[in-house]
Design a protein around this ligand. Structure first.
Ligand SMILES: Cc1ncc(COP(=O)(O)O)c(C=O)c1O
Length: 396
């Protein structure tokens, strides 16, 4: 018996695989410092937990409407209007099992075999695989570190074809931490204006901002809002990764298609997570401050240290909780007599010989880099970075 052919188009998630490998080593008693985390190391705020506890106590433990409880869809619309100045009606919102599920549903609902989706590199690892799993074709546009990872509008124009169904924007970005400026978003909008594709804006790191301001492409190009698809969720801003709650706001026809897929697959996200999400979205903006303050301090510490290492240069991310140091200065040089050639190899050496889990850049489209998450304590960061320094010092 063989697996379905569609599986041939996708690869296992390298971040989840590395996390699993690092956890297995820890379970064997190896002292691994993990830079692989894709989740805040903060607890979910108490008032959010309490809302879930109250829901459980009151027996709110049954199926809900597939698209989410009306109260939550309304709270999402209110949030989008308050924070993002974007107007959506509750029927334009679908609540899913994390933003990952939202994105999966979008591509399943949208793409026919061979339809194209433009993805800016470096990109979140799951985008190309989700597109391929839906039969689509990822069209990658490279951006350059020296341009602050801002895409060249001309490259977007050239990549657009009659098969282009969507372009994905992710700002702040995983893995680069780049926050696209209003000027860059305006240029992207100008590039796609004459073309009918959807604009999928993955705003999941919106609240984790250290410099600059967050804008959605809909803010700079209100005429494109009818084809804007906003993806967001509770995982990163509210430290709710395990609650599995994300959402999409977009054109009614797309949301209806996505709902049909969800009706026939997962149905509704967990009932009490939805109640917790209502409390979170209605809660005070001040809850983000301590987390952002701590992440900013860690970011500064990590960037300064990395830039002092031989062969490494690191740009300070404006948002999210990752740094993407460029290690190509080490390539061509040797470690234990073996020439260094790429991020997968370096990542392996770091885990096996230096007991640090650092995600290779290659699966994110950038082999010159590795991705380090600073969503771990300062003590762990110092310890792990000292090991990384030892590695760079041992390269000849
Ligand atoms: C860019 C990006 N989008 C979406 C997600 C999915 O988040 P979740 O499914 O936890 O809501 C992640 C998680 O790592 C991410 O980095």
């Amino acid at each position: 018996m063989n697996l379905a052919n569609r599986l041939k188009a996708i690869k296992p998630s390298p971040t989840l695989a590395l996390n699993a490998k690092a956890k297995a080593l820890v379970a064997q008693g190896v002292d691994v410092v993990s830079f692989a985390a894709g989740e805040p190391d903060f607890d979910t705020p108490d008032f959010i937990k309490q809302a879930a506890i109250d829901a459980l106590s009151k027996g709110f433990t049954k199926y809900t409407p597939t698209a989410g409880i009306p109260e939550l869809r309304e709270a999402i619309c209110a949030k989008l209007e308050r924070d993002n100045h974007l107007k959506f009606a509750p029927e334009q919102v679908l609540v899913s099992v994390g933003a990952k599920h939202s994105l999966y549903n979008i591509f399943q609902a949208l793409l026919n075999e061979g339809d194209e989706v433009i993805i800016l590199s470096p990109y979140w690892v799951s985008y190309p695989d989700m597109v391929q799993l839906a039969g689509g074709k990822p069209v990658i546009i490279e951006t350059r570190e020296e341009d602050g990872f801002a895409p060249d509008p001309e490259a977007i124009r050239k990549a657009l074809s009659p098969r282009t169904k969507a372009l994905i924007i992710n700002s702040p970005s995983n893995p680069s931490g780049v926050v696209l400026s209003r000027d860059t978003l305006t240029k992207i909008a100008d590039a796609v204006r004459g073309h009918e594709c959807l604009l999928v804006s993955d705003d999941i790191y919106e609240k984790l901002l250290y410099t600059g301001e967050f804008a959605n492409i809909g803010n700079v190009a209100p005429d494109l809002v009818p084809r804007l698809v906003v993806v967001n969720g509770m995982s990163k801003a509210f430290s709710m990764t395990g609650w599995r709650l994300g959402y999409t706001a977009g054109p009614k026809w797309l949301i209806a298609g996505m709902q049909m897929i969800q009706d026939q697959s997962t149905s509704n996200p967990s009932s009490f997570s939805q109640k917790a999400a209502v409390a979170a979205l209605k809660g005070p903006e001040s809850i983000f401050e301590p987390m952002v303050k701590e992440f900013r301090a860690r970011r500064d510490m990590v960037v300064e240290l990395l830039n002092s290492f031989d062969g490494v240069r690191c740009r300070a991310p404006e948002g999210a909780f990752y740094v993407l140091p460029n290690i190509s200065g080490l390539y061509g040089r040797s470690y234990k007599g073996t020439p260094l050639q790429g991020s997968l190899q370096v990542s392996d050496i770091l885990l096996n010989d230096f007991r640090i889990a650092a995600v290779p850049g290659a699966p994110f489209g950038v082999d010159a880099n590795i991705r380090l998450s600073f969503a771990t304590s300062r003590e762990q960061l110092s310890k792990g970075l000292e090991r990384f320094r030892e590695f760079t010092a041992s390269v000849r």
